[in-house]
Design a protein around this ligand. Sequence first.
Ligand SMILES: Nc1nc2c(ncn2[C@@H]2O[C@H](COP(=O)(O)OP(=O)(O)OP(=O)(O)O)[C@@H](O)[C@H]2O)c(=O)[nH]1
Length: 344
Amino acid sequence: MHAIPIHLLSGFLGSGKTTLLNQVVDYYKAQDVKVAIIMNELGDVNLDGQFVDQDVPMAEMLSGCICCTIRGDLSMELKELIEEHQPDVVLIESTGAANPMEIIDAITEAALFMRIDLRTIATVVDGPELLARSRRGGKTFKLMQDQIRCATDLIVNKADKLAPEELVEVQQLVRELNAYAPLTVTVRCVVDLGMFDQAAADKTKPVISAAQPSQTGNHVCGANCQHDHEHEHGHDHDHDHDGGPNHSHAHVMALTHYLTGPVDSHAFEALIKRLPKEVYRAKGIVTFSDTNSRFLFQYAYGEVEFIRITPQGTVNDVAVFIGEHFAKDVLERELAELTGANQG
Ligand SMILES: Nc1nc2c(ncn2[C@@H]2O[C@H](COP(=O)(O)OP(=O)(O)OP(=O)(O)O)[C@@H](O)[C@H]2O)c(=O)[nH]1
């Protein structure tokens, strides 16, 4: 049996990974390639999965990150997915907070047990956010740098939000970190999807396969990755490799809030717009009392988007917020007040 190609979609929270994933799924479907997906979310619900083709087999790994807290589950999920659905190819979308090095290690471990072949680490870079973070520094910038370093393919996204000189600066930043991976500048991740071709086993790319099973500290990643595989990890933990309490994205937290009823669209939008800057990603499904419709909302770094939807099956109204050290209780109270006011 040939090894099943694995493509990892990496990139910071809200950078455009799901936007890319949907295009890749359509690309495979058009070629009759059977694709399966593993989606990983820090929150308790997989909202992105709602909008991926429902025919595609999908394993959801929720409430943790596959690079640390639920890393051990990845092998099992991959094995079950492959045995049950026998896909031609598997796409893994990690949480934006994940360090790709740790996921690569996890996939390498899985390659001990099954014939898989990590072909691509496509990192979606949020252009404007990288620029902003590069000026501030900090842990998040460090994580973004690691995601860029370890990429085999770089997609610099949200070019529509960058002035020409900013776009040049972003590309320079990215190139300083990873000089070799092909780089494409995109709006909504519209990119030549040839990197995901079944036949395109580019020998210059990192290859972690069943034929080269895990030797932690010895795997190959993006050409410019200067990671010390045994001793350095991009996010904030203290070398506790067992996923215990000391190993976490200490600076990243998620709040999942189930809404108990419809909310007023203006009040909800106002709440989203005044989110503290520590919340850098939010998404969810809401029912608006004043329009009698359900909407998916997406918020990333100050920009909000509402899309009218008709979800399949039973889908709760829910909002997920991801950020650094924000006041969860204050936000919970404000959300509760929205539905409470409406019911009262
Ligand atoms: N302006 C702009 N918005 C974009 C672009 N690409 C994606 N978005 C929007 O950015 C938001 C996040 O996109 P996603 O594809 O869900 O990002 P993601 O990386 O999967 O997000 P997480 O799974 O939360 O990490 C959505 O509202 C998208 O519509 C782009 O090129 N320009």
